[in-house]
Design a protein around this ligand. Structure first.
Ligand SMILES: Cc1cc2nc3c(=O)[nH]c(=O)nc-3n(C[C@H](O)[C@H](O)[C@H](O)COP(=O)(O)OP(=O)(O)OC[C@H]3O[C@@H](n4cnc5c(N)ncnc54)[C@H](O)[C@@H]3O)c2cc1C
Length: 511
């Protein structure tokens, strides 16, 4: 027999399985001896009141053993498959597209411009230490895509668009902690993701798929009105229908699609800064307590949204205990992003603070109009060696000349600059209004001279959309997928989109 119930416990009780069992038995008024297992179905933190509580949805099993949390998927052998398809890009969309092709008996040939995830670790390390960027191997390009060194937060709103649970189960199968299956805001961590990605790649190869690194696709092969394959920069041709999952930093891909006559359009996006606070300040703000955080609570996070003169301003991709990284994929452009390890144990908390940019407000109507706006911000913020413009939050809000800067997790140098000088006025003024509102929402606690704005956060979502029809394709044989296609954003939503594209391809080529 299975009984389901919701309980609310202190963080200390929730951290101890025996306390959890006792609380469940007490609430159900049953004998402990009849219970065979207690399983958490959902777990969330309720920090709205002074006393922080952990809300749990649990299942209590009596007289029966619970089924396994997930059943590992077994990929079929496609080494001799009659059908094959080309997957361009090996980020979350490309990885899950390849797996889904295999599940349907189709052999994937994956073409990835960057290097394997372990070489990428070295390349991003060099970028952080020395400011030397490899344009093919960085925080955007290489095995695992932008997802590889990401924070690995797996929260998504795209549940209606596909089976997000399947994505999480695969991640657990390849090494993520089982808690991502029930945490309300699951998180993997930038230290664990590379190993999970490596295991996924090995599983794809073991099933008969092919994964080619340093293979940058430079054009598509068209046969009449059908896309029949892709060509890499060394002139090699790979034949088959194409899932194009190249992410939103691959501007060269938009370029060759546009000149090849494929349909693109400009897309609304958002841009702003990364905001960094001491983690202890965010803990005391969110958990209503001065001093050290309870050891039974995770580093606190926040999520803010407001309207500034009719324009959305919101926090984005918050990284408790994380670091800010130089995330550009080309010289002459400055981009920052954030990530945190699985422990989230760092001194700082950072998040994107971004302002909505609407395509209706663009001066030009061509597909690259929003991309040009974004590029102009990145250029205005650039200094050699990826020195980042930065300003204290209090200086920014009061309009003072920037003073000295506090310590930061950003590994490259910082230069004190007024955000008003490096960001377009619409972004700077909306940010000022939005951040002031976030200050009021927190009784002023969010506004600290220890908080630092670092610019710019520009790669929030794609500024270009590759058009596709209801069947997720453009013409026959081309399936634009993931964040770069402009229909997804974030690890899970890109993975779901890659999955769906592969399912459509499987249906269209079911001969
Ligand atoms: C530092 C950082 C932290 C992030 N944190 C989170 C987070 O915590 N949670 C979250 O949900 N999202 C996070 N994101 C965003 C998330 O990583 C992306 O939304 C997601 O990776 C998009 O997946 P994708 O597969 O569509 O594209 P991408 O991950 O961008 O992958 C595209 C791939 O295509 C390859 N490619 C590009 N052009 C070519 C070409 N011409 N030929 C061959 N290959 C090519 C690239 O090298 C890359 O590997 C973060 C991003 C960054 C940079």
């Amino acid at each position: 027999m299975i009984r389901e119930l919701n309980i609310s416990l202190t963080p200390e009780e929730a951290a101890d399985h025996a306390s959890l069992e006792r609380a469940a038995v007490r609430k159900l008024k049953i004998s402990r001896d009849t219970v065979t297992a207690v399983r958490i179905r959902r777990k969330s933190i309720d920090a709205r009141r002074r006393e922080v509580r952990i809300n749990l949805s649990i299942a209590v099993y009596s007289g029966e053993t619970p089924p396994p949390l997930y059943v590992p998927a077994v990929l079929p052998d496609v080494s001799g498959a009659r059908r094959s398809a080309v997957v361009v890009g090996f980020g979350p969309a490309g990885i899950f597209a390849a797996i889904t092709l295999i599940e349907q008996g189709i052999r994937p040939i994956v073409l990835e411009r960057g290097r394997d995830v372990h070489q990428r670790l070295r390349d991003t390390g060099r970028l952080s230490r020395e400011g030397i960027l490899d344009p093919e191997s960085n925080y955007a390009f290489g095995e695992g895509g932008a997802g590889a060194f990401s924070d690995g937060k797996l929260y998504t709103r795209s549940v209606k668009r596909g089976d997000t649970g399947r994505i999480l189960r695969y991640l657990v199968q390849f090494g993520a902690d089982e808690s991502i299956l029930y945490e309300s805001h699951p998180h993997i961590g930038s230290d664990k993701l590379p190993y999970i990605i490596e295991r996924m790649r090995n599983a794809i190869i073991a099933a008969g798929g092919e994964v080619c690194f340093s293979s940058r696709v430079v054009r598509l092969i068209a046969r009449g009105d059908e896309v029949a394959g892709a060509v890499t920069s060394d002139g090699r041709e790979y034949m088959g229908p194409v899932i194009l999952a190249t992410g939103h930093s691959a501007k060269d891909v938009y370029g060759f699609l546009h000149s090849g006559g494929y349909a693109l359009e400009a897309k609304s996006t958002a841009a702003g800064v990364r905001l960094e606070h001491p983690q202890a300040l965010i803990d005391s703000m969110q958990y209503h307590a001065e001093g050290k955080r309870s050891p039974f609570l995770p580093p606190a996070s926040y999520s803010f949204v407001t309207q500034a003169s009719g324009r959305g301003v919101y926090s984005f991709c918050m990284c408790p205990g994380g670091v800010i990284v130089p995330a550009a994929s080309e010289e002459g452009h400055q981009v920052v992003n954030g990530m945190s390890p699985s422990s989230r144990g760092g001194r700082w908390a950072n998040s994107g603070m971004i302002v909505e940019l609407r395509k209706e407000e663009l001066e030009y109507s061509d597909p690259f109009a929003m991309l040009r706006e974004i590029e102009a911000i990145e250029r205005a913020c650039y200094s050699p060696g990826f020195t980042a413009p930065a300003e204290r939050l209090t200086d920014f809000l009061s309009g003072r000349e920037p003073s000295s800067l506090p310590a930061s997790s950003y590994p490259r140098p910082l230069a004190a600059r007024r955000m008003d000088e490096v960001l377009p006025s619409v972004i700077a003024s909306s940010l000022r209004e939005g951040l002031s509102a976030f200050g009021r929402m927190t009784g002023g606690r969010f506004i600290s001279s220890e908080a630092l704005l670092i610019a710019p956060e520009t790669r929030t979502s794609s500024p270009v959309r590759i058009l596709r029809d209801e069947g997720m394709k453009q013409g026959r044989g081309l399936y634009p997928a993931g964040e770069g296609a402009g229909y997804a954003g974030g690890i899970v939503s890109a993975a779901v989109d890659g999955t769906e594209a592969a399912l459509r391809l499987g249906g269209d080529y079911a001969y």
